[in-house]
Design a protein around this ligand. Structure first.
Ligand code: GLN
Ligand code: ZN
Length: 757
């Protein structure tokens, strides 16, 4: 018989119950008992959702982050919180977010732990901290309590734990010590943990080691061998889980580790499965992640079963089935969606549905396909409907993509030629000043947008309200004396959603929330079909703003790569193809803006870096198609039109060639926090075009002084000639107040005047 299990379930709740409870707790609106109660209700609910599985995960629930949970489990708690209070949960929140509650009377705030992306997902974890003084000491109470809870509910529990090697690898050494020196003492604690788990009657423990899908140096490969040799005599069985990619040169290492079973991502590493089977000792379990845990499409039962049946015949009871990775990365329940097109809805599958798919696949193998005839027939219908749907396929779009040539991405002339033409046309001063696009989004603006969406505000009234805000933004910018203005983006709630809603091929869920960090969730739009633009999306706003001033107004668009990276994407064509479709839609918008006499156009690629594959060996391929898509969207304009792009993270050193190849006339980037150190890359690389290194950290309420801005810009001028420098904030200003933005921009403009002199 095939065994079914799950690697992790989303914990935020169908209606984001955990988010709201956390935020109420942090603002002292509910007690800790109430928070704990919500958490336990959610866990109970989620185990019920998983009750048809042979094994359900425990330990995947977290109040903030599972890596931070692991730090607490291992007793690796930063010293700065150790003696603050004896309330462990509050200390946990202090590490997670700097403080346990917003209104702490005597603030026991500490520096929050660093947060970074969990592999190539949009989930962020709290980075473990290590130093020479790090001492591990098992603190298993929380995990044990949850296991007991699940067992009482009659769940066959499989604890899920971040593995020791991945845990070390994800952390940061705060001094000069080598993290790997901690391995031996760390492994001892894991061994103690397994003893504790065995006492609870646990048979299987899932150990997540996703770094096995990355490029590992010899010392880290060795760390794997040492670790699992030491743990080989554990009284529990270990299922070593890798996911998010292929094992490649770690494949033999992984197969040979002395564990009781492996989990392989059979979506991303399907082509490796046979090799794993061939190299796996015949007493080991093989769990195959056959359901995509990173996307929202229905599994194709026929294709999956066709592939799985011979594997099942080969492995028999040794075959386990699961989603490819934790379901943390998909929304909870499609059943909540009331507004999706019925066809589109029939193609989708969220966490709850994915587990049902798993049950059906296992039943088909265990009891024969005849036992699930109806389910399979329904699935075939849905898959077939999607394959041939007119909603999905647009032959004109396909033709345009097929006819693409690299020449479409080339500007008419080189930057050297363009800069002269643009200079004459725009007549900007040295050190020109601008902003990144959005201005503060006040409660009134948000309310107007909401009312309009809810049908309580007519289109005319809505446009009037937004125009009034554009007018206000322009007036402020003129008074401040900025050189290149923006309309302020009051009509946009989100930089991807705003465009997605106007494009064919995009759908939006109502409750498709996915945890991003802590209590924060995002609701990625769904690209289900060929992308096309029905009509101009931003031209009226830009033209209206331009009509109010003689200064140039910058048109403002989101680039194709960012649209792609922040959406759930199609699995029926390569990402590169979808990206190209998006780039044509944006290209048409760029050209329409140019026709409407908007002479400066910014195309934001905030998420370009995020799309980099986990393995550096695959970076170039991604950068080639991504930069090409950007170029096609941006570069269809005349020499006199100035193209800007903006990126939020400026850790460019490793991809600077690709950034330069975008050939934007101006790039604005986030740099202020790094004291311009991020510009070191320009010591060795001559960036050919103009650049605006951010001088105002918009993530902080602090107002930068004139002097600090001048100093930052002078540092920049040591690397980039002054005539190619712009003065601007790090990013959009929508999360700030006017009372902060005004003095900050005033200082920015004063600084730029000083620099000119
Ligand atoms: N133009 C966008 C804004 O100003 C850019 C946002 C971003 O880079 N994340 O809000
Ligand atoms: Zn930004």
């Amino acid at each position: 018989m095939v065994t079914t299990h799950n690697l992790g379930f989303p914990r935020i709740g169908k209606q984001r119950e955990l988010k709201f409870a956390l935020e109420k707790y942090w603002t002292n609106h509910i007690s800790q008992e109430e928070l704990l109660q919500t958490a336990s209700t959610l866990r109970q609910q989620h185990w019920e959702n998983q009750s048809a599985l042979d094994l359900a995960p425990v330990g995947d629930f977290s109040f903030y982050d599972q890596v931070l949970d692991t730090s607490f489990l291992l007793g690796n708690v930063p010293q700065r919180v150790e003696n603050i209070s004896d309330n462990e949960l509050d200390n946990y929140f202090r590490v997670a977010r700097g403080r346990a509650s917003t209104n702490e009377s005597s603030c026991t705030c500490v520096q929050a732990g660093e947060m970074t992306k969990w592999f190539d997902t949009n989930y962020h974890y709290i980075v473990p901290e290590f130093s020479q003084a790090t001492n591990f000491a098992l603190q298993p109470q929380r995990l044990i309590a949850q296991i007991v809870e699940a067992q009482a509910q009659g769940i066959n529990t499989k604890p899920v734990i971040v593995g020791p090697v991945t845990y070390l690898w994800l952390g940061k050494s705060k001094d000069t010590s080598n993290k790997l020196d901690l391995l031996d003492s760390l492994v001892v604690v894991y061994a103690q943990l397994f003893d504790e788990l065995a006492k609870l009657g646990i048979e299987w423990v899932q150990i997540d080691e996703p770094i096995l899908v990355t490029e590992l140096s010899a010392d880290w490969q060795l760390a794997f061998e040492k670790t699992y040799q030491s743990l080989a005599s554990s009284p529990v069985k270990l299922l070593l889980a890798s996911y998010f990619g292929t094992l490649q040169d770690n494949l033999m290492l992984t197969c040979n580790l002395p564990v009781d079973g492996l989990h392989i991502d059979a979506i991303n590493a399907k082509e490796e499965v046979q090799k794993v089977i061939d190299n796996l000792a015949d007493n080991k379990i093989l769990s195959l992640g056959v359901i995509n845990g990173r996307n929202i499409w229905k599994t194709d039962f026929s294709a999956t079963l066709l592939w799985l049946k011979p594997i099942y015949q080969q492995l028999k009871d040794r075959l386990w089935l699961a989603p490819s990775c934790s379901l943390l990365h998909v929304p909870v329940d499609l059943g909540s969606e009331q507004a999706l097109d019925v066809d589109i809805k029939s193609w989708l599958s969220f966490a709850v549905q994915k587990l049902e798919e798993l049950r059906i696949l296992a039943k088909a193998l265990n009891q024969g396909q005849a036992s699930v005839t109806k389910e399979i027939a329904n699935n075939i219908n849905a898959i077939d409907n999607r394959k041939h749907s007119l909603l999905v396929h647009n032959s004109l779009v396909k033709q345009r993509v097929a006819d693409v040539s690299d020449a479409l991405g080339n500007r008419q002339s080189s930057y050297k030629v363009r800069v002269k033409i643009q200079g004459e046309k725009l007549n900007l001063p040295l050190y020109p000043t601008t902003t990144i696009g959005s201005f503060p989004q006040t409660t009134e603006i948000r309310q107007a947008r909401r009312n309009y969406k809810a049908g309580q505000l007519s289109e005319t009234e809505y446009i009037k309200a937004m125009r009034a805000e554009v007018q206000h933004c322009i007036k402020m910018q003129v008074e401040l004396g900025l050189d290149v203005l923006v309309h302020g983006e009051p009509e946009r709630n989100d930089m991807v959603e705003y465009f997605g809603q106007q494009l064919e091929g995009y759908a939006f869920s109502q409750f498709g929330w996915v945890q991003s960090y802590g209590s924060r969730c995002v609701k990625p739009p769904i690209i289900f079909g060929d992308i096309s633009r029905l009509k101009p999306m931003t031209v009226e706003w830009a033209v209206y703003a331009q009509s109010l001033t003689n200064k140039p107004v910058k048109g403002m668009l989101t680039g194709p790569v960012t649209m792609l990276n922040w959406s759930f994407v199609r699995d029926d064509q390569p990402r590169a193809t979808t990206c190209l479709q998006l780039s044509f839609a944006i290209r048409d918008e760029v050209i329409d803006l140019e026709k409407a006499n908007i002479n400066i156009i910014q195309i934001d690629e905030a998420a370009l870096r995020e799309g980099l594959p986990l393995r550096q060996s695959q970076w170039q391929e991604y950068l080639d198609w991504a930069v090409n898509a950007y170029r096609i969207s941006a570069n269809g304009v005349n020499d006199g039109t100035q193209i800007h792009t903006h990126m939020c993270y400026s850790e460019f050193n490793d991809i600077i060639g690709a950034i330069a190849h975008m050939d934007a006339d101006v790039i604005t980037i986030e740099t202020s926090r790094s004291d311009m150190e991020l510009l070191d890359v320009f010591d060795d690389f001559t960036y050919p075009n103009e650049i605006g290194p951010g001088v105002y950290d918009i993530h902080s309420p602090n107002i930068p002084t004139v002097n600090s801005i001048v100093e930052l810009m002078q540092k920049a001028a040591q690397r980039i000639p002054a005539e190619r420098l712009w003065v601007n904030p790090d990013c959009g200003l929508k999360t700030r107040n006017w009372s902060e933005v005004k003095p900050a921009l005033e200082n920015m403009i004063l600084a730029s005047k000083q620099l000119r002199n």
